[in-house]
Design a protein around this ligand. Structure first.
Ligand SMILES: C[S@@+](CC[C@H](N)C(=O)[O-])C[C@H]1O[C@@H](n2cnc3c(N)ncnc32)[C@H](O)[C@@H]1O
Length: 209
């Protein structure tokens, strides 16, 4: 994606030194509101919708692609979403290094890269060690929501969730119900693109008991 030259990244882009250790969300946001985290936040479309509808919640998006992370940071700033932060980084590593245990109300992972070739399956973010990490950072009662258009990845998600007892599979409830455009499950760019292509979606959620 071509970068515009006039992006303003402060104060939404959150840069944390590798050695900074575990963060204190109260210090990051200047309040003690609940925190939700999205992995693979892309252009920030989901965060733009939810951060307006849930102004009393803080949102963190982690995005590996620098151009998208910067685009989303500028976009959220232009819309005055001071309850959002965007991290440019690899989510698995960043969460392990910087996210406090039991500190998240929810985690959102929508249309993660499916890595369809068998030899690439190990690159999928949904793996048992990753789910253990999700369990560590969620609050009791906190929820992980997953959506994909990829049937094989969905089977892998359910099998991996079932292969560990820490998170309990539960019904998926749309986090954007009643917000913005009607009929969307999560309202991300990929959802909108795939609706136009007529693709089917698969969704699952899991809760920390
Ligand atoms: C298929 S796109 C979906 C983007 C967005 N969630 C949506 O639905 O429109 C997957 C996104 O996840 C990002 N991504 C993939 N692996 C990641 C990781 N380990 N950490 C952070 N971002 C990641 C990619 O750069 C890409 O922007």
């Amino acid at each position: 994606m071509a970068l515009r030259g006039d992006l303003i990244l402060e104060p939404i882009l959150l840069s944390v030194a590798d050695e900074a250790g575990v963060l204190n969300w109260g210090e990051v946001f200047g309040n003690d509101h609940p925190v939700e985290l999205e992995i693979g936040s892309g252009k920030g479309t989901f965060l733009l919708a939810v951060s307006e509808a849930k102004a009393g919640v803080n949102f963190v998006g982690i995005e590996w692609a620098k151009a998208y992370a910067e685009f989303a940071a500028d976009r959220l700033r232009r819309h005055g979403r001071m309850n959002c932060r965007i991290v440019h980084g690899e989510a698995g590593w960043w969460i392990r290094a910087h996210v406090p245990a039991g500190s998240l109300e929810a985690m959102h992972i929508y249309f993660p890269d499916p890595w369809p070739k068998t030899r690439h399956h190990k690159r999928r973010i949904i793996q048992l060690p990753f789910l253990k990490e999700v369990h560590r950072v969620l609050k009791p009662g906190g929820k992980l929501r997953l959506v994909t258009d990829h049937a094989d990845y969905f089977a892998h998600m359910k099998e991996t969730l079932g292969g560990q007892s820490d998170l309990k599979v539960t019904e998926f409830d749309s986090p954007v119900a009643g917000m913005g455009e009607k009929g969307l499950m999560v309202g991300t760019n990929f959802e909108k693109k795939y609706i136009a292509e007529g693709r089917a979606f698969y969704a699952v959620a899991a809760v920390k008991g």
